[in-house]
Design a protein around this ligand. Structure first.
Ligand SMILES: [Zn+2]
Ligand SMILES: [Zn+2]
Length: 398
């Protein structure tokens, strides 16, 4: 049996491509927001059952877990895929475009789910050759904190059988089809949200001296907050502060009494993560005070930074070298400042999150994540599924 392991699985994964494309397109046409993934999880459960997996549904509301036991006892290796879409109106006009207004798979979780399903079908065929178990976790709501990963962990998905290591694949249009991107250590940032309310005093637009203008004070806060990044933080430690919303005022000739700002803070170290909110709060209070206004700051903690385990990452890299060839396994030089709730799995067990190339020279596949025209070259799903399967096989190799 062990000899079969040496044979490349790529041809077999290629045969599954039409199925993966069909699943991806069905999910893309029927996108569902976090914790509403009924059709998506229904499809996942159906495919798993047909392939011979033991299936558990309704975990953390819409999550699905499959367990596949090998021929002999051993450790449990897990694969996680996320299933949720985003509240975006799709601008693509392809045949498989979203049929749900204002909901779209603009992060490629349709592809992540299809890849994991392809891997599941193939793993079921190899079950006699390894010891231990494979667990596959289809997780709801990756996009909105607190997210589905924590809910799944609380529901016990890492227990019975206890997961020893976990991997996840995410499609990426910045990498070419046929390749994967991988990095040991830090790979994604902590993503926290904050709200700032500037309270002044309303009045007539022609009589500023009788009011406290919340809009002009908010303007000063917005520009000054970047001073934290530029002058108060170590330039070698990256961090981002971005305002995403601003709301205030009711009429062109009325001085606004209040402005509400919302923003995001992205950091790579726990130390920066603790420091920056305090710095923003201090600055907002100071500016508001200087101009007779008041500031209220609230922080909403999102996902902590995601760090890949060195050993598991090495195993994914090795599996990538085996099935795709060394030149197609790209070692990523830097993390990105977006967040990912796989971090909760990675904080619980040794883990690796890797990217799957789905980009080509075709401009249709050049848009970044969360863009209303996001789409990807589906052939890339073959490489992703192959690496998921090969890593699990190697890990559980008897
Ligand atoms: Zn996303
Ligand atoms: Zn995503």
């Amino acid at each position: 049996m062990a000899a079969r392991l040496e044979v490349s699985i790529l041809p077999e994964v290629r045969k599954l491509f039409p199925y993966m494309r069909q699943w991806r397109r069905y999910i893309h046409q029927n996108p569902e927001l976090g914790f509403q993934e009924k059709k998506t999880s229904g499809l996942a459960a159906k495919v798993l059952r047909q392939a011979g997996w033991q299936v558990f549904t309704g975990i953390a509301r819409t999550g699905v877990v499959g367990v596949l036991r090998g021929s002999r006892p051993g450790p449990t290796f897990a694969i996680r895929a996320d299933m949720d879409a985003l509240p975006i109106m799709e601008k693509n006009r392809c045949v498989y475009a979203s049929q749900v207004p204002q909901v779209m798979h603009a992060c490629g979780h349709d592809g992540n789910t299809a890849m994991a399903l392809g891997a599941a079908v193939l793993l079921a065929r190899y079950r006699t050759e390894w010891r231990g178990n494979v667990k596959i976790i289809f997780q709801p709501c990756e996009e909105v904190p607190p997210g589905g990963a924590q809910a799944m962990i609380r529901a016990g998905v890492l227990k019975s059988p206890e997961v020893a290591a976990i991997i996840a694949a995410h499609v990426d249009t910045s990498l070419p089809v046929g390749s994967i991107g991988i990095k040991s250590g830090l790979i994604m940032a902590a993503a926290d949200a904050f709200t700032l309310i500037i309270r002044g005093k309303g009045g007539h637009g022609a009589m500023p001296h009788k009011s406290v203008d919340a809009i002009s004070i908010a303007g000063q806060v917005i520009t000054n907050v970047q001073h934290v990044i530029a002058r108060e933080l170590d330039p070698l430690e990256p961090a981002v502060i971005s305002f995403g919303t601003i709301a205030g005022g009711a009429a062109y000739n009325v001085i606004a009494d209040q402005v509400k700002l919302q923003g995001t803070i992205r950091t790579l170290s726990d130390q920066q993560r603790k420091k920056i909110p305090r710095q923003i709060e201090r600055l907002a209070h100071g500016i508001a005070y200087a101009h007779r206004a008041k500031a209220a700051f609230t922080l909403e903690l999102g996902h902590p930074a995601l760090s890949n385990d060195e050993q598991i990452t090495d195993q994914v890299r090795h599996a990538g070298n085996q099935v795709l060839g060394k030149t197609r396994v790209k070692i990523l030089a830097r993390p990105v400042m977006s967040g990912e709730d796989f971090t909760y799995f990675a904080r619980a067990v040794p883990a690796c999150f890797f990217r799957v190339g789905v980009g080509t020279k075709d401009p249709r596949y050049s848009y970044p994540w969360h863009h209303p025209r996001f789409d990807f070259a589906e052939q890339g799903l073959v490489s992703g599924a192959a690496v998921l399967v090969q890593t699990a096989r190697e890990y559980l190799r008897a």
